[in-house]
Design a protein around this ligand. Sequence first.
Ligand SMILES: [Zn+2]
Length: 278
Amino acid sequence: MPLMKPLTQEFSFLGFGKHRSSKFRFSKLLPLLLILIAIYLFLELAWPKRFLLPVLFGESVFCVNTPDKVLALTFDDGPDPVYTRAISQILLDYEAQGTFFVLGKHSEKYPQIVRTLQKQGHEIGNHTWHHYNLNSKFNDTIYQEISETDILIDKLISPDNVYFRPPFGRAGFAVTNVLKQIHKPIIFWDVDLQDWHGKSAAEMMKIFENNFHNGSIVLLHDSDGTAKKGVYASRHNTLEVVEKILKVYTPQGYEFVTISELLKRGNAVKVKERCFQK
Ligand SMILES: [Zn+2]
C-alpha cells in the first residue's frame, strides 16, 4: 500500500489529472460567467436609471432642448371610454395638444376614440398590443406586439409616423434591438407625475412645478388602473392635474404640443440627466 495517494488523485478537485484541461477551463470560466450574468441582470432589472441600454445602444428621447416654452403631455394605456374622452375635452378647452400612447387591445375596442383624438389634432403613439413587460419576451413577440398595434393604428387613422413607448418604460437588449431594426426611437419622458402610483392632484402639481422645463415630456395615464402595492390609481386625479397645469401655465405662454411638434422645436435629448435645465 503506498504511503501517499498519487498527486493527481489527491488534488483532482482542482482539475489536475486525467481531465485536467476541461475541468480547469470550466472552473476558470464559471466565475466570469456568473459576473457577466450578474452585470446583465443588474442592467436589466436593478439599474436605478433603467434606461441605460437604449441610451447606449438605441435611439432614445427623454426631452427636447429648446428655448421655446413648449411641453408635451403624454397619456399611456388608453383609449378609455371615460378618461380619454374627459382628457381630450380638457385639452380642447385650453386649445392644447397631447400624445396618446395607446394599446392595440384598447384601440380595437374603441376605434372611434382613436379617430376622434386624431381629428382634434392629437398624436397617436404605439404602446404595444397587450402591455406586457417586453423584457420578459423573445424577439418574435416583441416585434408582433409593436407591428400589430402599428397596423391597427394605420388602419384607423393612416398617420405619417407612429412613435413608440415601451410598457413600464422597460427596454432591455432585445427591445432596443428590435426598435433599432424597425427604425423607431423610444419616446421616454423626463417628468413622471406618478399618477400610476396613486398620487393626489396636489402632489402631482408639486412634482410638475419642481421638474418641468422648456421641452419637457410629461408622463401621464388615461386608462383606469391600480397602482403598485394595491394603491388605487384614480384617473380623476390625472384629470384634475391636467386641468391645473393648463389653467396655470397656458396664460404664462406655455404651449402644449404633440411629440412630433416638440421634436421640430429643438434637438432630442438622449440622456435623462441632461433634461434638468430650466
Ligand atoms: Zn403603460
